[in-house]
Design a protein around this ligand. Structure first.
Ligand code: SF4
Length: 234
């Protein structure tokens, strides 16, 4: 990416005065977090494990496993390149996502796009999905039973996609993917391992949070650079 373009993207992040630094030689890339726990493999996963992309999408669209099916406008399956190296995982659809059927639209989506572009990624190059495929009313946190019912869909998406790196945005996504209750601040800036194939997973802030707390955009930028280093090192 040329310097002008990067400056433009950093400006969109509110980081136009930020100076890029070389990666630290003592980067913790390659370490596996102690708190990382592999996802539960149970009956639900077995049920989804044979689905291909079209069938999985159809199953999600028709799903009534939890009460959110009664209040959603539509399910929000995921979007992007089904051969992508990068998988971005958020929490759940909001009002605009519920209306449009696509994750990360609206202002939070625009900020996510800017965050991705800041590390040289177009939205179309990655795959974007949420832990929950239906919107919780009033954007409340997902209930435990809802994530239990819905996670097998995301786990199957991950199995089909086989990403080289995962970026969990926000506390809810990070805690559910890593099966931990550690706060987001303790999950950032380290490489976790997701699943039996140990997909590298990096945690950062949710763009909706960054819109409310722009002072943390610099930390998010550090996380994105860190994720880029992890990906580059394979
Ligand atoms: S949130 Fe997930 S489990 Fe619940 S109805 Fe929607 S797709 Fe099904």
């Amino acid at each position: 990416m040329n310097r002008t373009l990067r400056k433009e993207y950093l400006a969109a992040l509110g980081l136009d005065s930020w100076v890029l630094r070389k990666p630290a030689s003592a980067s913790p890339v390659g370490a596996v977090a102690n708190g990382a726990i592999e996802p539960v493999v149970g009956a639900d996963v077995a049920r989804e494990s044979a689905f291909d992309w079209p069938e999985l999408r159809a199953r999600v669209a028709a799903c009534t496993r939890c009460g959110l099916s009664a209040t959603r406008t539509q399910t929000v399956f995921g979007v992007g390149d089904s051969n992508a190296d990068w998988l971005i995982v958020g929490e759940a659809p909001g009002a605009e996502e519920d209306r449009d059927g696509e994750p990360f639209v609206g202002r939070a989506g625009q900020l996510l796009n800017a965050m991705l572009r800041a590390v040289g990624l177009a939205r179309e190059q990655v795959y974007i999905a949420n832990v929950l495929k239906c919107r919780p009313p009033q954007n409340r946190d997902p209930a435990g039973a809802e994530t239990v019912e819905c996670m097998p869909f995301l786990e199957r998406q991950i199995a089909l996609l086989r990403p080289k790196i995962m970026l969990a945005v926000g506390r809810i996504a990070a805690q559910n993917l890593l099966r931990t209750d550690l706060p987001l601040g303790r999950l950032r800036q380290q490489v976790h391992a997701f699943g039996a194939s140990h997909v590298p997973l990096v945690v950062t802030y949710h763009p909706a949070y960054l819109l409310r707390s722009p002072a943390d955009k610099r930390k998010a930028w550090e996380d994105l650079k860190f994720a880029r280093e992890v990906f580059a090192r394979g």
